[in-house]
Design a protein around this ligand. Structure first.
Ligand SMILES: *[C@@H]1O[C@H](CO)[C@@H](O)[C@H](O)[C@H]1NC(C)=O
Ligand SMILES: *[C@@H]1O[C@H](CO)[C@@H](O)[C@H](O)[C@H]1NC(C)=O
Ligand SMILES: *[C@@H]1O[C@H](CO)[C@@H](O)[C@H](O)[C@H]1NC(C)=O
Ligand SMILES: *[C@@H]1O[C@H](CO)[C@@H](O)[C@H](O)[C@H]1NC(C)=O
Ligand SMILES: *[C@@H]1O[C@H](CO)[C@@H](O)[C@H](O)[C@H]1NC(C)=O
Ligand SMILES: *[C@@H]1O[C@H](CO)[C@@H](O)[C@H](O)[C@H]1NC(C)=O
Ligand SMILES: *[C@@H]1O[C@H](CO)[C@@H](O)[C@H](O)[C@H]1NC(C)=O
Ligand SMILES: *[C@@H]1O[C@H](CO)[C@@H](O)[C@H](O)[C@H]1NC(C)=O
Ligand SMILES: *[C@@H]1O[C@H](CO)[C@@H](O)[C@H](O)[C@H]1NC(C)=O
Length: 237
């Protein structure tokens, strides 16, 4: 039963996996435990997360279409919209200062690229677990009975599993990614040296900016994506 709960958790964790980079990195940094380097890495990290958050809230505050849609869906109310706009307005100067520091922006891009890969490796693991369900009637039946899924919900679950399999194959086709995940796994098993991670992040080179962009768009304020997750829950269960 425990493994079933795990799979259920995975189902929803997948949805949030793209949002995960800041937390993951904090954990990693803690594990790293390399004295000064880590402490410094942590503060840059924190600052990068802050910039991402400010960028995200600024973009949201400027996007009336999106705000209106969120209000319409009940994810935000008028008071919260005003609060977002006020927060964005207040953060303008601070954000511009951060964005004006190219050294810092570059550092954040490298961290973001690394985190993107870490997130993708995790997502692949989760997708594999889900995908495995397709070949395990016992586990499927246990899941259905535990969650008391009706036929519609079962069909949806099957579809999700099918989608997970498709997505997994797609990701596995990217050998750059699978290689990075493999060496990450190795680094974790052996000495998880910070330099390995840094090299990996660097080696993704051109995608650094893209990775950062993914981090940024993912960095929506928690009160935005928590209801979103809840919505997915409601949909399936
Ligand atoms: C950390 O840095 C300080 C100065 O920046 C230095 O005095 C100290 O020895 C360093 N500690 C370690 C563990 O490297
Ligand atoms: C505003 O948000 C919508 C999604 O809700 C997006 O499609 C659109 O590109 C955004 N507009 C701008 C200017 O970012
Ligand atoms: C908007 O939502 C917040 C909490 O999400 C709540 O405290 C506040 O009363 C709401 N405001 C209105 C006008 O509904
Ligand atoms: C405005 O930003 C400053 C820091 O930049 C912060 O100390 C202050 O609390 C913010 N005010 C509001 C209303 O968010
Ligand atoms: C720019 O960012 C770097 C790296 O985070 C930092 O060491 C430096 O102090 C910053 N420069 C200014 C002017 O804030
Ligand atoms: C199927 O799932 C059950 C329960 O999660 C597990 O104990 C079993 O090992 C799985 N069988 C296969 C062939 O993976
Ligand atoms: C299955 O359950 C969902 C949610 O509880 C419900 O909306 C739906 O109508 C049910 N479908 C059937 C065929 O019972
Ligand atoms: C499965 O993927 C298809 C195509 O991308 C999508 O339309 C559908 O909503 C997905 N189904 C589920 C349950 O996620
Ligand atoms: C493969 O994955 C890497 C790491 O995430 C990424 O930088 C690259 O763009 C991907 N390649 C393709 C073809 O999707």
């Amino acid at each position: 039963m425990r493994s079933i709960s795990f799979v259920v958790a995975l189902l929803f964790a997948l949805v949030s996996s793209t949002y995960a980079w800041p937390e993951i990195h904090v954990l990693e940094a803690r594990k790293g435990g390399k004295g000064n380097g880590t402490a410094n890495g942590n503060s840059v990290n924190r600052a990068c997360r802050k910039m991402a958050k400010l960028e995200s809230i600024t973009a949201l505050a400027a996007n009336q279409t999106k705000l209106d849609a969120m209000v319409a869906k009940g994810r935000l109310n008028a008071t919260e919209v005003e609060a977002i706009k006020a927060k964005a307005a207040n953060a303008t100067t601070e954000l511009q200062t951060m964005q004006g520091n190219t050294t810092f922006v570059t550092e954040c891009a490298v961290i973001g690229a690394h985190q993107k890969v870490v997130g993708q490796c995790k997502a692949m693991k989760s997708l594999a677990k889900l995908s495995d369900l397709a070949n395990n009637a016992t586990a499927m039946a246990a899941l259905a009975s535990k969650k008391q899924l009706n036929e519609t919900q079962m069909a949806k679950l099957q579809e999700k599993i099918g989608n997970a399999t498709t997505k997994l194959k797609e990701m596995q086709a990217n050998t750059t990614l699978t290689d990075l995940c493999a060496s990450q796994q190795k680094a974790k098993a052996g000495d998880a040296s910070a330099s390995t991670s840094a090299t990996q992040a660097q080696s993704t080179g051109g995608s650094a900016a893209k990775g950062a962009a993914a981090g940024l768009s993912a960095q929506s304020a928690p009160y935005i994506f928590v209801p979103l997750l809840a919505g997915v829950f409601a949909m399936l269960l």
